[in-house]
Design a protein. Structure first.
Length: 295
C-alpha cells in the first residue's frame, strides 16, 4: 500500500515553519500592548485549501522560538500534525522586570487574595508576600485571546476550530484556570508546572463547580512538571508539582467520557529545563488523535 506524501514534503513546501513579523495589539482591559507572533506551517503556501489547528502560547516572546523549533522536528518525525503557532505576551524590549509585572497581572485569577490556606500560603505570608499583589486579570486576558485576538487572526490566517493553549508556571496557572473558566474555548491544554494553588485555589474551586453541573468535559489535557521542582521551597509552596498531580487525579476520578488526561513528571528536570519537555511531550499527547498520514 502506497504511503501518502505528507503535506510538508510537497514540491514547493518549506523545510521549516515560517515566522511572520511580530505585531502589537491592545485591548481595553489593559494599559499596554501585547506582542503577537505567528508561525505558519511549512506546507502553508502549497496547500491553500487547508486550514490548520492552532497552538496558543502564553509568555510568547519567551517560548515562541522554542516551540517553533520543537514543532519543526516533531512534524518531520511524524509525531505531531502541522499547526499554526501564536505567541502572546510582553515584548522582550520591555525588560525582565516589566515582563514579570505584567504576567503577574495577566495570569492571576480574580479573587480577594493571590494566596491560599495551608503551609504554602503561610510560607509566603512569613516572607511578607502581600495577600493581594495587585490586579488579577486572568478573565480579561482570556477574553482578549478568545473574543478579540482569535477572530482577528482568523480573518488573516487559515485556522480551523482546533485550538490548544499552552502555559508554564504562571502561564500554567492561567491555562488550568482557563480550562474551567471558559470550558470549550480551547480543545487542548498543555499545562507546565502550574502555580494552581494561587488565588485561594481558584482552579480547583472552578473544577468543583463545573463537576457539579456537568457530566462530561471534552478536552485533551497534559500536565507536566520537573522532578527537581519538588525540592525547591518557593516552588513547593505554590504546589508546582503536587497541584497538577492532584488536578489530574481529580479529573480522572470524575470519569468524564470525552476527557483525556496525561501526566508526566520529568526526571532530573527543574523549573526551567523542563519547559522543552513539557512543550514537546504535551503536543504529542494532546494532538495524538490528529495525526493523519499525508497531512
Amino acid at each position: 500500500m502506497e504511503v501518502p506524501v505528507p503535506d510538508w514534503q510537497r514540491p514547493g513546501a518549506r523545510c521549516t515553519m515560517s515566522i511572520e513579523s511580530a505585531v502589537a495589539m491592545r485591548t481595553a482591559a489593559f494599559d499596554w500592548d501585547y506582542e503577537v507572533q505567528v508561525a505558519l506551517p511549512a506546507s502553508y503556501g502549497v496547500v491553500p485549501e487547508k486550514a490548520y489547528p492552532v497552538l496558543w502560547l502564553t509568555d510568547g516572546p519567551l517560548l515562541f522560538h522554542l516551540a517553533v523549533g520543537l514543532l519543526n522536528t516533531l512534524v518531520v518525525g511524524g509525531l505531531a500534525p502541522e499547526m499554526i503557532i501564536v505567541g502572546v505576551g510582553c515584548a522582550s524590549e520591555e525588560g525582565a522586570t516589566e515582563f514579570g509585572r505584567r504576567r503577574s497581572i495577566d495570569f492571576a485569577p480574580p479573587g480577594m487574595s493571590i494566596l491560599f490556606d495551608g503551609p504554602g500560603g503561610e510560607y509566603f505570608r512569613k516572607l511578607g508576600v502581600p495577600e493581594k499583589g495587585g490586579k488579577q486579570q486572568a478573565d480579561d486576558l482570556l477574553a482578549f485571546l478568545v473574543d478579540e485576538l482569535r477572530p482577528a487572526l482568523r480573518r488573516q490566517y487559515r485556522m480551523n476550530d482546533d485550538h490548544g493553549l499552552m502555559g508554564h508556571s504562571g502561564g500554567g496557572m492561567f491555562a488550568s484556570y482557563a480550562l474551567f473558566a471558559r470550558p470549550g474555548a480551547f480543545r487542548r491544554y498543555i499545562i507546565g508546572s502550574p502555580s494552581s494553588n494561587a488565588a485561594d485555589r481558584s482552579a480547583f474551586r472552578l473544577e468543583r463547580d463545573y463537576a457539579a453541573a456537568h457530566a462530561d468535559l471534552k478536552a485533551d489535557v497534559f500536565f507536566g512538571a520537573g522532578e527537581l521542582e519538588i525540592g525547591k521551597l518557593s516552588l513547593a509552596a505554590w504546589g508546582i508539582v503536587s497541584a497538577p498531580v492532584l488536578m489530574a487525579e481529580t479529573l480522572l476520578l470524575r470519569q468524564y467520557p470525552s476527557l483525556k488526561v496525561t501526566t508526566r513528571i520529568f526526571s532530573g528536570k527543574d523549573h526551567s529545563s523542563v519547559i522543552a519537555d513539557v512543550i514537546a511531550e504535551g503536543v504529542r499527547a494532546v494532538w495524538a488523535d490528529a495525526l493523519t498520514p499525508g497531512k
